[in-house]
Every structure is written in structure tokens, then in C-alpha cells.
Design a binder for this molecule. Structure first.
Ligand code: HMG
Length: 412
């Protein structure tokens, strides 16, 4: 039975800060952010948005694009590490805002950036377990990545959400049934209770990511079916590689590590062709990785949503060209858990995730406005002119968060 992503839609908040401007303000050469990290812009949420409204706006877009009745959703999962309450899940606010029915399993998932994949895999398993029953899940990954002003993590902030309808008619991506996983307790990135900004051991987090990639990819190689021949690299079976992308240079490092592992695992290449590895890496990155990084370089880290923002933007740009081909996807969440899996782009794929349009419509803000927004925190309030979201966070009254629909449904 085919199970996977039927439809996916993105929401990115309306403010954007140029990373050249941030570099100038911090006294850092612009090339360090542009070349060293690969980032160009980062998305910033206005005070009237929080993780609930980001998730709900993406969810509304996905439901409209798939033309399904919200009442047909039997499972709603929201993955985030920007939770708004220690007990009340983001997902139940989203459930109400989207008008999803009462017969629905609803919960929030957390495991740093890995939670989006945890949600997708749980939803796919639930659909499979339903056998011939027409089960449909809505999975939403949403986050606002925040680091302290002036810290090395600051240029890797971002905000956004990706919603995926998961079911038995996967018109966007058919999920492979095997995946390679890896887990271990590491203190690479964390956010103690009560803190708004994440804490991170930056260089160590890069090492942890690469080690987890090695573990998950190696586990997956052994599970690939039909089994790989002794001299056959898995990478030759995959047309594109998508990585959890806190900043695009991380995907460059990840792809290099993956190709090294893949080549070393093949006897003939390891013996005779290692001198060609560097050349092959450059070509492979250019053709199979870089096309999936354009949007993330303009949005920044969206934590749980990052991998799926890359997927949505890739399928929107070149889905039909990739029809019939397989993609390799790597998900990493600090702390840590990681998963490598594959998906087949089906014939007839037609993804309009809304990425290009949302990026075009954003309003540029300057450093003063950005720092003011950081200082003011999540106040809630009125939507700014040109607001593209569909829901607003009005503020907190009597210790309760209040939300409202902003505008009639926009065309997705
Ligand atoms: P940094 O202090 O900017 O590091 O921190 P750097 O000084 O090594 O510079 C970065 C790169 O810029 C280097 O390239 C420099 O050579 C280059 P590399 O050696 O890595 O290839 N560079 C220049 N290039 C051109 N012109 C110049 C120039 N100067 C330097 N003039 C760091 C970088 C990533 C550590 C920091 O941004 C950080 O702490 N970020 C947050 C943590 C992070 O994103 N970690 C990634 C792995 S963990 C993960 O992905 C999980 C996460 O998403 C959270 C979750 O799971 O929830 C974070």
C-alpha cells in the first residue's frame, strides 16, 4: 500500500531581515554569513504571530490545496520546539482554528528539530495500520528559531511552518517503508524551561549532527531494497538529497559526509576511485543538493519544519521533472535523534506549496525594527499592513492565549 504526503503547504511570516544588514550591524564581513554559513535572509514573525498562528496558517493552506473537508482529518499532529504552554498543546489551538472535527487524535510532539519527522512517521504508521480504511492525518511542523542577539547562532534564526496531509493517495511524495535511525544523549543544543532563546554548543552541534548522519545513513544502507550490490553506491539510486538545514553550509557538510560513507562502503570505489571523490562531491552537491537550498537560505532555520521547507520548495520548483525518481531525506534533532529515509516523487505530482509567492510578498525590516521586535517579545496584537497570515495571536488575558481568524480564506 502506498502511503505518504498527499499535499504540502508552507507559511512564512511577513517580515524579512537581510543578513548583509545583520553582518554590518555586528561588524562581521558579509561573506562570512553569505559564504561561510550560506544564509541570505531570515524570516521574522510580527508580534501578532506565534507558533500557533504559523502552524494554523500552513494548515489552512494545506487543507485548501488538498480540497479535503477538515472533518475528514482523523489525526492532527503539531511538531514544535517553540511550545506556548507546559501542558496545553499547540495542536489543540490549531484544531479549533482549522475547524477540525471532534473525532480526531490531537497532540504536540517535541524532540528539537527531529519532531517534524517523528510526526510524519507516526502519521504514516497510523494510516498504514488503518488498512483499507481511508485514514487521513494532518502533520504540521512549525517553529521560531531564536538565539541571543550578537551570539554566533543569531544569523541562523528563522521562522515558518510546513503542513502535510498524510494518507493513502500520496500525490506529492510516496514514503519508503524503511528508515535508518540513530539516537544518543548529547548536550549540543537545548532551551531550559523559562528561556526564550536557545542555548547551543555550536561547533559541537555540527559534530553531533554529522555523527548522527553517519549512524542513520549506515543503518539505512543495510535496509535498502532491493539490496545494494557490493560496488553499488546508494547515492546513485537517489536523484536529490534533502537535509535538515539550520543553515545551508550544514547541508554541504552533510552531503560530503554522506558521499564519503557511501563510497567507502563500496569495495571497488574505495580501492580505486577515492581520488575522484572530491570532484564527485562538488558535482553531486551542485546537481542534487543546491537546488533544494534556495528557500532555506532566505528563511533561515525553522527547526522542525526545515527539512520539509526544503522538500516543499524543491517539489514546487521541479516536482514534475523529478517524477518517478527517489529522494533521500535526512532529519536531525539535537539532543539527539536522527532518521534517514527515502521518498518517491509520483507521476503527476503538482505541488503549489506557496513558497515562491510568500517569499515575494515579504516586507523588509531594518536592524532597529528587528531588535525592537526581539526586545518586545511575544506581545500579540494587530496584524501589520500587508499581513499574509490567516490567524492572529491577540495576546494573553487571564493567563490564557487568545487567537482569531484574520481574513477570509486566501487563495493558496
Ligand atoms: P561561527 O562562530 O560563525 O563559526 O559559528 P565559524 O567562525 O567557524 O564560521 C562559520 C564558517 O564561516 C566557517 O566555515 C568559516 O571558515 C567561515 P566552515 O569551516 O564551517 O566551512 N568564514 C568565512 N567564510 C567566508 N568569508 C569570511 C569568513 N569567516 C568565516 N570572511 C555555528 C557557526 C554554526 C557554530 C553557529 O552559527 C551556531 O552556533 N549556530 C547554531 C547551531 C547550529 O545551527 N548547529 C548546526 C547543527 S545542530 C542542528 O542542526 C540542530 C538545530 O537545528 C536545533 C534543533 O535540533 O532543534 C540547531
Amino acid at each position: 500500500m502506498s502511503v505518504g504526503i498527499e499535499q504540502l503547504a508552507v507559511y512564512v511570516p511577513p517580515y524579512v531581515l537581510s543578513l548583509d544588514a545583520l553582518a554590518a550591524a555586528r561588524g562581521v564581513p558579509a561573506e562570512k554569513f553569505r559564504e561561510g554559513l550560506g544564509v541570505r535572509e531570515m524570516a521574522i514573525a510580527p508580534p501578532c504571530e506565534d507558533v500557533v498562528t504559523l502552524a494554523a496558517s500552513a494548515g489552512a493552506r494545506a487543507l485548501r490545496a488538498s480540497r479535503i473537508d477538515p472533518g475528514d482529518i482523523g489525526m492532527l499532529l503539531v511538531a514544535t520546539e517553540t511550545g506556548v504552554d507546559h501542558a496545553k498543546p499547540v495542536s489543540i489551538f490549531v484544531h479549533e482554528l482549522l475547524g477540525i472535527g471532534r473525532q480526531c487524535r490531537v497532540y504536540e510532539l517535541k524532540h528539537a528539530c527531529y519532531a517534524g519527522t517523528a510526526a510524519l512517521m507516526s502519521a504514516a504508521d497510523w494510516v498504514r495500520a488503518g488498512g483499507t480504511r481511508p485514514r487521513r492525518a494532518l502533520v504540521i511542523a512549525a517553529d521560531i528559531a531564536r538565539y541571543a542577539i550578537g551570539s554566533p547562532g543569531e544569523p541562523t534564526q528563522g521562522a515558518g511552518a510546513v503542513a502535510m496531509v498524510v494518507g493513502r493517495e500520496p500525490g506529492s511524495l510516496v514514503l519508503g517503508e524503511e528508515s535508518g535511525t540513530y539516537a544518543g544523549n548529547v548536550y549540543d543544543f537545548w532551551r531550559p524551561l523559562g528561556r526564550r532563546e536557545a542555548m547551543v554548543d555550536g561547533k559541537y552541534s555540527v559534530e553531533c549532527y554529522l555523527e548522527a548522519l553517519a549512524g542513520a545513513f549506515t543503518a539505512y544502507r543495510a535496509l535498502e531494497r532491493p539490496a545494494l550490490g557490493a560496488d553499488e553506491p546508494l547515492s546513485a539510486r537517489l536523484a536529490r538529497f534533502l537535509y535538515h538545514t539550520p543553515f545551508p553550509k550544514m547541508a554541504v557538510k552533510a552531503h560530503r559526509r554522506l558521499l564519503e560513507l557511501d563510497w567507502r562502503a563500496t569495495a571497488a570505489r574505495a580501492a580505486g576511485e577515492t581520488d575522484r571523490l572530491e570532484e564527485a562531491m562538488v558535482a553531486s552537491h551542485r546537481d542534487a543538493v543546491a537546488p533544494g537550498l534556495e528557500a532555506v537560505a532566505r528563511v533561515g532555520n525553522t527547526y522542525t519544519a526545515s527539512l520539509y521547507l526544503c522538500l516543499a520548495a524543491l517539489l514546487e520548483r521541479e516536482g514534475s521533472r523529478l517524477a518517478g525518481q527517489r529522494l533521500g531525506l535526512f532529519s536531525y534533532g539535537s539532543g539527539c535523534c536522527a532518521e534517514f529515509f527515502t521518498g518517491l516523487v509520483p507521476t503527476g505530482v503538482a505541488v503549489q506549496a506557496g513558497v515562491a509567492e510568500l517569499l515575494r510578498e515579504r516586507t523588509a525590516i531594518d536592524i532597529e525594527a528587528y531588535e525592537r521586535l526581539v526586545r518586545e517579545g511575544d506581545a500579540g496584537g494587530e496584524p501589520p499592513p500587508g499581513f499574509t497570515g490567516e490567524f492572529v495571536f491577540q495576546g494573553v488575558r487571564d493567563e490564557r492565549r487568545e487567537y482569531a481568524r484574520f481574513a477570509p480564506a486566501l487563495a493558496a
